[in-house]
Design a protein. Structure first.
Length: 329
């Protein structure tokens, strides 16, 4: 039994070094002196008969054997950590730090009330939210959770579907008052639209009503790769913009925007919570439970798509890439 416990301790240290890519940073995180940490990793390498790291003065990288070993060790270490925490939940509330990555749009649409409620309910948990643009590496950057709109390319991550969101068309009443016909998708060719340079064919939009797909040639002098600025241009009456439905809801209620071609939309994509493992500490699991409970009803989500998701069309929306990933709910 002591042999097994020794291996588990060494595995946990190995995982910390692999995540940090540095013996010094791993030493700071674990409290184990750097010399001791290096010796114990060397002992582990001798025990398994393989070099796990390529060491240099500047960086520590996993070898091929190290990558394979890490993929198994991280599951074992997480499972052991979870077992201890689940027992601890019987006598104490969740505590520690949750590192969360989200897009700025996701945070603005959903996160405020949820994080406020979570923080009040679990005051011993520190919530660190990173809204930096671009993708994050959950393992190497030590994130517990990433929240995204749209299918994600990394099929190694575990995806919990929180809901479904549509990209539809909106314009200001002042723009629509010009009287140019807009009764069918084909009528879009006679209008000014706000185009997206991240779309492979930004002058060809494909719309769906859940049964049919229609491709329409569109035109517009302005290309923008940010949904917030698209919304602003639409409110100013510049033309027709593609926006996520929740993003336009307040402007529609206030009369600043109108839904164009009701019943038609460009895409219907999932809202996802991404984690490295199905095994997670209580602080993360409870946050995901709260996200599911509060986001799903806002999107009228019952666990299954109401309509088929539009297949990939070459579109690569900002913060919402269409890259198929197996449903891993």
């Amino acid at each position: 039994m002591e042999f097994v416990l020794d291996y588990l301790r060494e595995m946990a240290l190995f995982v910390e070094v692999a995540k940090a890519k540095s013996f010094r940073r791993a030493s700071d995180a674990t409290g184990v002196p750097g010399s001791t940490l290096s010796r114990r990793i060397s002992n582990l390498e001798h025990a398994i008969g393989a070099l796990l790291f390529n060491r240099s003065t500047r960086v520590v990288e996993l070898t091929e054997a190290g990558r394979i070993y890490f993929s198994r060790c991280v599951e074992i270490v997480d499972a052991a950590r979870l077992a201890h925490e689940q027992l601890g939940e019987l006598i104490e509330t969740p505590r520690g730090r949750v590192r969360l990555s989200a897009t700025a749009e996701f945070a603005r649409l959903f996160l405020g009330p949820i994080i406020d409620s979570y923080s009040r309910r679990y005051p011993n948990v520190v919530v660190e939210i990173d809204l930096s643009p671009g993708r994050v590496d959950l393992v190497n950057q030590n994130f517990d959770l990433a929240l995204r709109i749209g299918e994600q390319p990394d099929s190694a991550l575990i995806a919990r579907r929180l809901g479904l969101i549509r990209t539809a068309l909106y314009a200001a009443p002042a723009y629509l008052s010009r009287g140019v016909p807009l009764d069918t998708p084909e009528d879009l060719s006679g209008h000014i639209v706000v185009r997206n340079p991240n779309v492979a064919n930004d002058d060809q939009w494909t719309l769906s009503n859940g049964v049919n797909y229609v491709q329409v040639a569109v035109r517009g002098p302005v290309l923008v790769n940010n949904f917030g600025f698209m919304r602003q241009l639409a409110v100013l009456g510049h033309g027709i913009a593609m926006l996520h439905e929740p993003m336009a809801a307040a402007d529609v209620r206030a009369g600043r925007l109108q839904r164009v071609l009701p019943g038609w939309w460009l895409r219907e994509v999932p809202v996802l919570a991404l984690t490295v493992s199905r095994l997670m500490p209580a602080k993360t699991r409870l946050l995901i439970d709260m996200l599911v409970a509060q986001i799903g009803p806002r999107l009228n989500f019952d666990g299954q798509p109401a309509h088929p998701i539009i297949p990939p069309m070459g579109h690569a929306f900002p913060e919402s890439p269409i890259i198929p990933m197996p449903d891993q709910r």
